[in-house]
Design a binder for this molecule. Sequence first.
Ligand SMILES: CCCCCCCC/C=C\CCC/C=C/C(=O)SCCNC(=O)CCNC(=O)[C@H](O)C(C)(C)COP(=O)(O)OP(=O)(O)OC[C@H]1O[C@@H](n2cnc3c(N)ncnc32)[C@H](O)[C@@H]1OP(=O)(O)O
Ligand SMILES: Cc1cc2nc3c(=O)[nH]c(=O)nc-3n(C[C@H](O)[C@H](O)[C@H](O)COP(=O)(O)OP(=O)(O)OC[C@H]3O[C@@H](n4cnc5c(N)ncnc54)[C@H](O)[C@@H]3O)c2cc1C
Length: 701
Amino acid sequence: MGLSGISLLTTTYSLILQHQSLLLCLRAKGFGLDLKKDMEGVDYLSDERKKAQFDVEAMKIAWAGSLEAFQLSDRMAKLVANDPAFEKFTRPMLGRKELIKNTLRKAAHGWKLIVDLRLTEEEAKWLRLYIDEPAYTDLHWGMFIPAIEGQGTEEQKKKWLPLAKKMQIIGCYAQTELGHGSNVQGLETTATFDPQTDEFIMHSPTLTSSKWWPGGLGKASTHAVVYARLIVGGEFHGVHGFIVQLRSLDDHSPLPGVTVGDIGMKFGNGAYNTMDNGVLRFDHVRIPRDQMLMRVSQVTREGKIMQSDVPRQLIYGTMVYVRQTIVADASKALSRAVCIATRYSAIRRQFGSRNGGPETQVIDYKTQQSRLFPLLASAYAFRFVGEWLKWLYTDVKERLAANDFSTLPEAHACTAGLKSLTTSFTADGIEECRKLCGGHGYLVSSGLPELFAVYIPACTYEGDNVVLLLQVARFLVKTVSELGYKKPVGTTAYMGRVASLMQNNCAVQTAEGWLNPGAVVEAFESRAARMAVRCGQQLAKYENPEEGFAELSADLVEASIAHCQLIVVSKFIEKLQQDIPGKGVKQTLEVLCYVYALFLLHKHQGDFLATGYLTPKQASLANDQLRTLYSKVRPNAITLVDSFNYTDHYLGSILGRYDGNVYPKLYEAAWKDPLNDSDVVDGFYEYVQPILKQKLRTAKL
Ligand SMILES: CCCCCCCC/C=C\CCC/C=C/C(=O)SCCNC(=O)CCNC(=O)[C@H](O)C(C)(C)COP(=O)(O)OP(=O)(O)OC[C@H]1O[C@@H](n2cnc3c(N)ncnc32)[C@H](O)[C@@H]1OP(=O)(O)O
Ligand SMILES: Cc1cc2nc3c(=O)[nH]c(=O)nc-3n(C[C@H](O)[C@H](O)[C@H](O)COP(=O)(O)OP(=O)(O)OC[C@H]3O[C@@H](n4cnc5c(N)ncnc54)[C@H](O)[C@@H]3O)c2cc1C
């Protein structure tokens, strides 16, 4: 085959697909074909992109939240993607020491860009996101600084924040211990006030009191906000945060009395191993009294405890903040996996060839659609609920600054519940995307294994997901028990209509009847209210409420999930009531909103049926409608994932490449694996050749 023959192959998409494997064989056998030249610059997904029924540029803005947000994010994504310093292809192949050093290098380069280009805090945040490598900086900016901002006095903020924001100190958030993570009040590290020297003595009295897990602690941090039991005058006064210096600012060596190191390798290659999660012990380390974060309680020079008007729950405030950001991160992680799986599903063909024509794109299989499109819809749903949660958190923060703490319990329940719901779904969703990509999804170069490995701890950190749903359950039970005399507000306002929600059943008679926001919201409200009330009734049978709560905890978790799903569905619907510009954008989002809601209704139909709200026929109609909706998503699938506006660098996936040029790039990547540096593998002469050359004496073999 001559070169002209090869260029002919590039003329049509389907022909190229048929001949790719042949070309690859030729190259492998040394025919000297330049695949790069032949395949690059072709958009294998262009036919798919032509099918779009909406304005993609407008959808990008709807996804980003505003034109300004889109432009900012786009600028930072390109800045990172075009900088070779942020290459990440080889990350999963690095040993731990190289990995950490590489991360330190990237973090330093990122900081240099932030300083040199005078980036704002918002721009810097996006820059770190697109660098896409968990690092000590996440904890420094994401928890250490927010802990001081939320729990420090004005004086403390004035002293510590400028140092932290200029990175003259590096901080982490040291709460969890070897023996306790979820049970914060069970922490054992002590901070004992010494009135003679006006200091706290930080001490780790037991092995299980060793701080264990804090990110950035292992190797990078100079300081930590350490959570410890406050002991004054021999009495315990609750757990509080203390700013403690751990390492010398000159040579980074641990200070006297401080034992600190990394806790070792974690799940997966690369992935979260770029983070130095650490262990820390104190041997009677002294810190000045003014290093206790004193917005909630103060210890005076004389050793008196003073309580401000601020509720003690504010000590948990940093977790509320981070849980809110984790919901936003869930939509990013899920959309990334979905983008990879959707693009690849349009490229991949299996079966169905007629008369030698192309095989069927796997995205056209209804089973593929029924697994993929709900994930796509969920990515959008999480994006919009994340946007709402950010608003809620900003509102709470402003109120807290003005000493209005009334909305803190709801903010806690919403952040805890939505963190749990979105991270559990996203972790499962990434794994589903891997399966949707068949065998190639299991290759590291698909980007999915590392994304999964880096993401799954989100179900555990910032609160184990079940523990958090039990917090939501407490909030719901309290709301139900107060219904007689207190009007529920915010996300529990629907409980105010509990009588009608318990009585009225679903009125939908046709599949089209489900395309009605009122019908959908009422279904989710009725299910959530009925499950919460049922739990309340069951609980009332127990003399000891705590015993009842423990006994019914599995049902309470289900009720919490129902409540949180209602929030996501409602916020998606509310988003659609806003003005969303761009041809077809709102209509396409409406389709996704119904896919999200009806998929959940189908998946949890047991709840809807058991509570008596739906009949089996109505549940079946919802499923009929869902099938119709999948057909409406299909032509828009590729452009819906293009609307995330992810660069190939951020996606980090050959299967998810924007141009769909999958096979040549997979092939090329295989040859870059260090194992292929030589034809004869290291170890052949020691371990393989002797076997091949052995003269067997046993008769049996
Ligand atoms: C590719 C790159 C990807 C990179 C991704 C980067 C993402 C970066 C993000 C994160 C990186 C990971 C960092 C991880 C950090 C951590 O994990 S820090 C440690 C987090 N630890 C936890 O979350 C512990 C979980 N436990 C708790 O939250 C609590 O202890 C509890 C379980 C809620 C408490 O239980 P308990 O019953 O003992 O509670 P009490 O202390 O008695 O308090 C009860 C009352 O307080 C109210 N409450 C509880 N929590 C809060 C809160 N956060 N805010 C407000 N109010 C709260 C609760 O409702 C009770 O109130 P009531 O008495 O009125 O009923
Ligand atoms: C990657 C990663 C990064 C982390 N980063 C930090 C950090 O920067 N700073 C920090 O301080 N911590 C950090 N952590 C620690 C993290 O916050 C805790 O691991 C988390 O809060 C869970 O606590 P645990 O490990 O004690 O789990 P456990 O509470 O021991 O959970 C074990 C099991 O018990 C169940 N369980 C526990 N309590 C109850 C209950 N009351 N009712 C029913 N079931 C229950 C849980 O559901 C779970 O199935 C990190 C953890 C990870 C994995």
